[in-house]
Design a protein around this ligand. Sequence first.
Ligand code: DON
Length: 574
Amino acid sequence: MRKNWGVLRFFVILILLANHFFCTTAIEENRGIAGKNGMVVSVDEYASQVGIDILKKGGNAVDAAVAVGFTLAVTFPFAGNIGGGGFMIIRFPDTEEAVALDFREMAPGKATHDMYLDEKRNYVKERSLYGHLAVGVPGTVKGFELAMKKYGNLKWEDVIKLAIELAERGFKLNKRRADSFNGLHKRFKRGNKEFFRIFSKSDGSEFKEGDIFIQKDLAMSLRLIAEHGSQAFYKGQIAELIAQDMKKHGGLITKEDLEKYEAFARKPVTGTYRGYQIISMPPPSSGGTALIEMLNILEGFDLGQMERYAPETLHLIAETMKFAFFDRAKYMGDSDFSEVPFKHLASKSHAEDIRRKIDLKKAIPSTKMGKEILTLEKAKETTHYSVIDKEGLAVATTYTLEGGYGSGVVAEGTGILLNNEMGDFNMKPGYTDDKGLIGTKPNLLEPYKRMLSSMTPTLVVKDGKVFLITGSPGGRTIINTVLNVIVNVIDFAMPIQDAIDGPRMNHGWMPDLLRLEKECITEELMESLKAMGHMIKEPSSVRQGDAHSILIDPKTGLYYGAADKRRQGSAIGY
Ligand code: DON
């Protein structure tokens, strides 16, 4: 018995030491995959390889990013898409200028602000999650075309070619993909026939690792897009098929809606953090603005001197998150419809005001912060990838179908999975509760409006050169994932792979809940945080985000690609 205790104690000490080492020490070797001429980091190895092939063929980072995007629509239907929307931040090394491409979905013309409420004005979540009513007018194809027309080097059709081949000839399913496809029938109570047909084997058996997955209809759609440009999707044959399918199944999207859709090149939001420049996504994303607000707040504290996973550090970051997410709920929506006070939210003086309100020892209850918008009567899928070419042209792309496999709708004959992005609007006008439902005006549903996003593709620049390319999926947690990564790199000097893999935390104002990934979270830490007034359910086994990132070593100029271990992505450099 005694001997057993000795052995047990030895292992406990070993685990504690390993834990301490991982939490507090920058491990030099964990710098990710190195490359000199180009780097692509995405969730999927086919897509990363296609990106690298395009770079090697003389394409630039924009060509590669678009090729990766089309490929993911084939090989990672969970979130890769042409039936969804997203954002792309591009920075040009010669002019040091950056642009933010907005290809977010928009509400169809016939949408109304209470279309997801029942007769008693209760929000019926199902309606905005599954089926034709959940679909926003897709933006990805217009966005990719805009990127290529303005900034690409190669021919449009050459950039799509590899994705077409993968759809036409098929690709090998890994275990994760096979399991994911097999799970769809259970997960999607409602999805259309075409959706279930595509994700079933003709003999009725289950998908296995190594199966070749062929998508003929999708290949045809991609070929039409390659031949006729975005016209095929927004005016031609694909538009016709989508509109027909919508009509047949009670959806709202019409041919006119598709024809009306535009992607925009916007001015990114920018800020500074300890001598670094932050370049990120403006509205209709809340991501860039909230990120800059949080960094401004944290800049007033010497975070680098604190221990990364000490209760005081987590408390400070959590309070920072709460304030920014309260502002997000109060002010943010599509800035083409109502003004978002970006200048104020991202100002150093607003951060200073917030710092004065933060109590370093006690958590402020979220309900106290938001009295003016609260009306208390008593998850999701996206993907981010990062690309840089040998000239230093840097591209951060985050795009989405919203939920995994979107709305569970494939417009008949197109092979194209459609998003369920409509659920990102504020659903119940005037009703904001402590469960996380927001009803403030800026993000209420209106025809042709873009729903507020949290996607935060971000570039960090140091002395005129890109230093970090990052972003993540994860719904509202995205903004906090990006914050975690940035402070890990800048304040805690972690090598990029550690900064990505290290445990993350999230607080989204409402619900008033601090979520921590389970590594590094000890009983003692939980108790300390609870004593400070934080609500923590349990160390979360749900993984937060999937931040495929690139760090550029300012000294050597080498690229370090770090695929996030959470979904086993793929970093390829050369
Ligand atoms: O645009 C947004 O913020 C959400 N539709 C993103 C969804 C998402 O990240 C889900 N992924 N895990």
